[in-house]
Design a binder for this molecule. Sequence first.
Ligand code: FAD
Length: 415
Amino acid sequence: MTSTNWAGNLNYAAASFHRPQSVDELSEVVAAAPLARALGSRHSFNHIADTTGAHISLERMPAELTIDQAARTVTVNAGARYGEFAERLDAAGFAVHNLASLPHISVAGAIATGTHGSGDSNPSLAAAVAGVEMVKADGTLVVMRRGEPDFDGVVVALGMLGILTRISLDIVPAFKVRQDVYENLAWSSLADNFDAITSSAYSVSLFTHWGDEGITQAWRKSRVDAAADLDDRFFGATRAKREMHPLPDVSAENTTQQLGVAGPWWDRLPHFRLGFTPSNGEELQSEYLMPRRHALAAVEAIRGIAARLRPHLFVSELRTMAADDLWLSPALHEDCAGIHFTWRQHIPEVSALLPLVDAALAPFDARPHWGKVFETDRDRLAELYPKLPVFRDLAARMDPDAVFRNDFVDRWIGR
Ligand SMILES: Cc1cc2nc3c(=O)[nH]c(=O)nc-3n(C[C@H](O)[C@H](O)[C@H](O)COP(=O)(O)OP(=O)(O)OC[C@H]3O[C@@H](n4cnc5c(N)ncnc54)[C@H](O)[C@@H]3O)c2cc1C
């Protein structure tokens, strides 16, 4: 029985653990459970996936990879991890538009929380969902497709509407990416050139420890078909001559290849390689997405409290992402910038800092990542999600007996 999340910072409270091997078996488990919750690859840092009832993992469901060339979609089993099917998709000549920093997460878990990668033109991974199949609380199977009235509510749904069994994702022609890391980008340079920096590649990630040195590493992931030759200088930063890890003293062996070597999308868009543990040991994560017009002011706000954060922080990462239309997506209707924190696993100290971070970012309409640790004002959160009442109605219709409820969603989504 699985009792902790991936980071080991919390124990799940589930009374039972199920690994059905077919949709029929899954339906039986769900229909018999007064309380249930799907578990993905357990990479969330808070109690979003928890339940006191039946925990259901899809890891034993049959693998699937069905490419519909005409519709430009791939259909996968919902519990599949991106890294498990990406290579086969590539071999068939296709790609998904983007990936998160690690390929180890399940598709269902990623889309349920609005997980994203980076890139001015790249919306969240959930935005690529063209259709879903799920088992509802009464054990019946429903299929929903993009364009149907409630569809924008069912994709980023925090596991509240049913257990997703199959997911269809938009695909694009496979592409190659090169990754180049630049060191020491000054704060002033970021402020003067923010748009030029974030649009300088298909996906850009900026790592910082919030010190006077500014951005310690800028990771540029450029499509090879679009990339011109890259200069050794990048807005005052210097191209690294060796492979880098975002943390200064950590070996780069678990990071995806850099130094401008072209490779397939699935082996460059994530920062970390599938075969390795993507972390410097125990950690916690928090992240806020805010309209990108507020990005620089938000960065300044965090710099203002950085001295208090730094003793508990491994590193922060700034990314950008395009708007989507998904009701509970942190990037709803606004092109966004994200400020991410990889904390040391100092649980009491980090817990005490979360309200400080939230208060610093609140003036910028910042929405917390659903799968990471945060503390916020529930009324403010409700204001930031204008579709919340409609989503609550949808949840009440699809799950009238509140089978998929837990304390986390009761607190932040309400009934
Ligand atoms: C090292 C690390 C790096 C990360 N990098 C990024 C990043 O680059 N970008 C980013 O945005 N986030 C990132 N995250 C956060 C991560 O993407 C999210 O927490 C994501 O939800 C994890 O997916 P999972 O499969 O582990 O889901 P879980 O944590 O297991 O579950 C998350 C939610 O999904 C629901 N769920 C899972 N399966 C199903 C299903 N079949 N049907 C319905 N609901 C389901 C669960 O009930 C729960 O509500 C990172 C996390 C870690 C640990």
